[in-house]
Design a protein around this ligand. Structure first.
Ligand code: ARG
Length: 460
């Protein structure tokens, strides 16, 4: 083992133990923050110069040094050191190495506590904007598929039993709506998150004549945080991000589950294209929907991170505690999982093969238009409860005969209710059933066409 001689500062008489260095270091994962860290430092230094806290020539040197470091990082030439604990100290040390004395002035009036909170906000803000763009892409793919399937009829299910016929587009549009709320959730928490912590310093603020509004504006924040202790301490913004991410993944997981089900030979409603499936090492006939299965599976880790973050925060006294360093790995993993999932999903949808004939055939099984018969009776003056009872008897007879209720002739139907006339057949067809649900939010072809039109305007 390498001999460890370095002390933290003159305050310490013993060097840090090697295992402790490894245990406390975050550089292995927080180096992801390097570019936003530099972005924040550049503006902080500029503010120090404007406020005459540092000299212009010192600011120029800092600017030059930080830009060089940025290039080194982008070119993957930067040497990260575990001895320097985290991304912030690594960059500061390198800055001093490059420009000397002026580099030592960068940390004036700030602390790593407000620095890291600022970095995380910028990083998560950028990720949020990217993710929102990706969700919209998925919505576009959804609308595209819906538009091609307005007249594709499928069984709408409740309790996984055939309930009523719906248009496949209507089913897809349900996901469009869920995704729309996901977009709102991300944009909503972004507003609360997008306030600048910098200036809080370690916890109490700083005695230098800083200008927080300048820094906030230049870094794209909507304002400054109003309490320095809150600014360095809370991670509620990450919890909100993770919560929004969990809900999004829950939606995607449900949809993935349906794709898995629909592509099974028992349903055969859709086929997922080969590029998103894998074979089996033993059963040559298999084509496994690995991608939707993993979307469903990875939802678990996103939920898990939410619980980790909630637990991370629950017992912490104000203000900053090192516990907070544990916020990063979960959040980075959530971002990676979301970004990958959202890259894959629209493509998978775009390449989905739909089998309308199979869908429609499934809708004809299971007495999907029984409610339409009941509604027909009600419109002719019978109470709904009574109609429900009449139709139940018709369905029972159809089950016994193993046929659909639309296959009964008028004389047979009249045995159950005299008011049934020959116009009933137009209600008992799948199309008739669908067309009659023409209010806002219903599955009628006309209603869906309008919804698609509105969704397209919204996405442009
Ligand atoms: N690496 C630390 C973190 O992620 C930075 C803040 C360190 N502050 C401190 N007082 N030790 O939270």
């Amino acid at each position: 083992m390498k001999k460890n001689t370095k002390k933290w500062s003159e305050r310490f008489s013993e060097p840090t133990k090697q295992i402790v260095k490894r245990y406390t270091a975050s550089v292995n994962f927080d180096s992801r923050l390097a570019l936003v860290d530099i972005e924040g430092s550049l503006v902080h230094a500029e503010m120090l110069k404007n406020q005459k806290i540092i000299l212009t020539k010192d600011f120029k040197a800092i600017q030059k040094g930080l830009n060089q470091i940025k290039k080194e990082i982008i070119a993957d030439r930067f040497k990260w050191s575990l001895d320097l604990e985290d991304v912030h100290l690594n960059i500061e040390k390198r800055l001093i190495e490059i420009i000397g004395e002026p580099g030592k002035k960068l940390h004036t009036g700030r602390s790593r506590n407000d620095q890291v909170s600022t970095d995380m906000r910028i990083y998560v803000r950028n990720a949020t904007d990217h993710i929102v763009g990706q969700i919209k892409n998925l919505q576009r793919a959804t609308i595209h598929l819906a538009e091609e399937n307005i007249y594709t009829i499928m069984p709408g299910l409740t309790h996984l039993q055939v309930a009523q016929p719906v248009s496949f587009a209507h089913h897809l549009l349900a996901y469009y709506e869920m995704l729309e709320r996901d977009v709102c959730r991300f944009n909503d928490f972004r507003m609360r998150m997008n306030l600048l912590p910098l200036g809080a310093a370690a916890l109490a603020g700083t005695s230098y004549p800083i200008n927080r509004n300048f820094v906030a504006k230049k870094l794209g924040f909507d304002g400054v945080m109003q309490n320095s202790m809150d600014a360095v301490s809370d991670r509620d913004f990450l919890i909100e991000f993770n919560a929004a991410a969990s809900i999004l993944m829950m939606h995607l997981s449900r949809w993935a589950e349906e794709l898995i089900m629909w592509s099974s030979p028992f349903f055969k409603f859709v086929e997922i294209s080969d590029g998103f499936c894998t074979g089996s090492s033993i059963m040559p006939q298999k084509k496994n929907p690995d991608v939707p299965e993993l979307i469903r599976g990875k939802t678990g880790r996103v939920y898990g991170h939410l619980m980790a973050l909630l637990t991370l925060m629950k017992g912490q006294p104000l203000a900053y505690n090192k516990d907070n360093q544990e916020d990063k790995e979960p959040i980075f993993d959530v971002i990676d999982t979301l970004e990958d999932t959202l890259e894959i999903f629209p493509e998978m949808i775009a390449e989905l093969k739909v089998f309308p004939v199979n869908m429609e055939a499934a809708a004809t099984k299971g007495y999907a238009t029984a409610t339409d018969l009941a509604d027909y009776l009600v419109k002719k003056g019978i109470s709904f409860r009574e109609a429900h009872g009449i139709v139940a008897k018709v369905v029972k007879a159809a089950v016994t005969k193993d046929c659909d209720i639309s296959e009964f002739d008028l004389i047979t139907l009249k045995k159950y209710s005299k008011i049934i006339e020959s116009d009933i057949y137009k209600y008992l067809t799948l199309e008739g059933s669908i067309k009659s649900r023409k209010h806002i939010g219903g599955t009628a072809f006309a209603a869906i066409t309008k919804t698609i039109h509105k969704a397209k305007l919204n996405l442009n």
